[in-house]
Structure formats: structure tokens, C-alpha cells
Ligand binder design. Structure first.
Ligand code: PBG
Length: 326
């Protein structure tokens, strides 16, 4: 008489040790990328819509980078808050060799050595309209934007950025960047493409942090993806890989884990995703009102990204979570 039930899955759930042995997805410090906001002024300014995050000054940025590194995080991503006086219609401050990001790249290299620094390639922090592209007659001029992005990318590479993250969603940007970088001799600079980036309300706190909310010019839905589409995401990723992207990213993350899964399944290339600023704010707000246990919510969220197939996670919780996970 065979025992019933023959398969008792609960047997492997009985103790923490058993559960640990059969665990499929794990998150470790090296999976995490810490985004950092900074500005050219003095002082660390808290971002009210993102509790726990600040716009750092240069010294604060260096301190945060060192903290991330000490916690075992391998990479940070830089997001500059550009002074209004330096913003313009064509975003020309984006390719100033003495601009805020090139200065930060040089300081970081001295202070943190082999910590990987990802520099965003997009015009929105520099655009007086908060747009990722150059606006001509009320529309984004894709190809003029490509030329600007190429200048920005070469400037960032020359300032020492080892990894560039184009987040603008113009057509043809990865190929344009790859050619420009190669011609400038920057053949080892990686392209970490925000390949499937959706037109999402979940970027709200990020735009608040950088004062980069779109104000006229164009609707971001004319370049970022429609949240209803999946097949199109696969085309975006295929094109970016053909054009020379080394790694790809899906944004937002929590509401788009199905896309992460399909991208990883289809292409099997280094795939990243991010619980973006609004997803961060949601969990922080729920924890602050006592609705969720904060640490459990963060760890469960990060685990869900790994389970969905992400190789790495760009997350505002990176340093804190890395310290828990060491
Ligand atoms: C801008 C950019 C955005 C994010 C990353 N790069 C915002 C946007 O496209 O409007 C969002 C990141 C986040 O919300 O955490 N190129």
C-alpha cells in the first residue's frame, strides 16, 4: 500500500536549512546596482517623494559610492540634477567635458577605483523641457537627437565611464553610440541599453528628484513604449542587441516582470531590471504606514526579479539590501 500522498512538498519546507538547500533564486550583493542622485551645489538634499534617498553633493556622492562598495555592490548608476541655468533646448551641457557627470566620474575613479560606474545617456536632465530628445516644432527630432547622444556618449567615455546606459528610447541610438564610441577608440566601453522602457507613471519620483518632469515639447509616449505591449519589447531588445548592446534592461520592473521573463527566455543575454522610483516609493509608503514589513517587502521584491530571470537589479535599496545579504 503506497503512502499517500507519495510526494510531500512540505517535507522540504520544514526547516530553514532545508528551504535554503532547495532555494532556486538567490539575491546577493553582486546582483545589485545602486543608483545615486547628485547635484553641483552644497549639501545632501532629501528627496521627499523617495524617503531615504537624497540628491547628494559631490562629497556625499563619494561617500555613498564608498558605502555601496563596502557593502559588496559592484556598480553604481549616476543621475545628475543639473542647475536650471545649465539646461537648454538642445541639452548641450550633456557633452561638456567639465560638466557635473564627467567631474563625478573623475572623482569616483580616484576614490573608488574598480567600482563600476554607469552613466546615463539621455538629454532629459539637461533639457529645459525635460525631454530625452531634441524638440523641433513640437516634436522629438529622432535623428538630431542621435547626433547629440553620440557626443554625450563620447564625452562620458573620455571622462572614464566604463558603462553607458542609453535611456532615451530613440530609434537607432545603440548603433549610433557603438559606432561613435568605436571611432573614438572606446571599444571596451559597454552599452547597457534601456531596451524596453515603457512610458510609465512610475518614473514620477525620479523626475521630481531631478526636476526633469516633461514640460511641453512632446509626450514621452511618442518615444517610450506603450505599457500594453510585449511583442514590441522583444523587437526593441532584438534591435538593440543587433546594434551592439552588451546588456539590456527592462523598466519599470515590478509591473513588468513578464517582460523580463520573456526577454531573458528569448535572448539569453545579460538582462537587468529595476524597481523604479515609483515602485520604490510605493513600498516605502506602505511600510511607513505599517501596512508591510519593510525588510521582507524589499527582499521579496528583489527575489521576484531574480526569479523572473533578471541577472541584476538596479535598485535604490542596493546598498542597504547588500548589507543584509552579505
Ligand atoms: C530618463 C530616465 C528616467 C528613468 C531613468 N532614466 C525617467 C524618464 O524616462 O522619464 C527612470 C528611473 C526611475 O524612475 O527609477 N532618461
Amino acid at each position: 500500500m503506497p503512502a499517500f500522498p507519495a510526494t510531500r512538498l512540505r517535507r522540504s519546507r520544514r526547516t530553514p536549512g532545508l528551504r535554503d538547500l532547495v532555494r532556486e533564486s538567490r539575491v546577493g550583493p553582486a546582483d545589485l546596482i545602486q543608483p545615486l542622485f547628485f547635484h553641483g551645489g552644497k549639501g545632501d538634499v532629501p528627496i521627499t517623494t523617495m524617503p531615504g534617498q537624497s540628491r547628494h553633493d559631490m562629497d556625499g556622492l563619494l561617500r555613498q559610492a564608498e558605502r555601496a562598495q563596502a557593502a559588496g555592490v559592484r556598480a553604481i548608476a549616476l543621475f545628475p540634477r543639473i542647475d536650471d541655468a545649465d539646461k537648454s533646448l538642445d541639452g548641450a551641457a550633456a557633452w561638456d567635458p567639465n560638466g557635473l557627470v564627467p567631474r563625478a566620474l573623475r572623482r569616483l575613479r580616484e576614490a573608488t577605483g574598480d567600482l563600476l560606474v554607469i552613466a546615463d545617456v539621455a538629454l532629459d536632465p539637461y533639457s529645459s523641457l525635460g525631454q530625452d530628445g531634441i524638440v523641433v516644432d513640437g516634436r522629438i527630432d529622432n535623428d538630431r537627437t542621435l547626433a547629440a547622444l553620440a557626443r554625450q556618449a563620447v564625452c562620458l567615455a573620455q571622462a572614464g565611464a566604463p558603462i553607458l546606459g542609453p535611456s532615451d528610447m530613440m530609434d537607432g541610438r545603440v548603433g549610433t553610440l557603438r559606432r561613435a564610441l568605436d571611432e573614438a577608440g572606446a571599444t571596451d566601453v559597454l552599452i547597457f541599453s534601456y531596451a524596453a522602457k515603457y512610458a510609465s507613471c512610475f518614473y514620477g519620483p525620479f523626475r521630481h528628484a531631478l526636476d526633469s518632469a516633461p514640460r511641453g515639447g512632446a509626450d514621452k509616449a511618442t518615444y517610450q513604449m506603450d505599457p500594453a505591449n510585449t511583442d514590441e519589447a522583444l523587437v526593441e531588445v532584438a534591435l538593440d542587441l543587433e546594434e551592439g548592446a552588451d546588456w539590456v534592461m527592462v523598466k519599470p520592473g515590478l509591473a513588468y516582470l513578464d517582460i523580463v521573463w520573456r526577454v531573458k527566455e528569448r535572448f539569453g543575454r545579460p538582462t537587468f531590471a529595476s524597481p523604479v522610483s515609483g515602485e520604490y516609493a510605493m513600498i516605502e509608503a506602505a511600510a511607513a504606514m505599517g501596512a508591510l514589513d519593510r525588510r521582507s517587502a524589499i527582499l521579496e521584491t528583489l527575489t521576484s526579479f531574480k526569479r523572473a530571470g533578471a541577472d541584476g537589479i538596479l535598485t535604490y535599496w542596493a546598498t542597504e539590501a547588500a548589507a543584509w545579504l552579505r
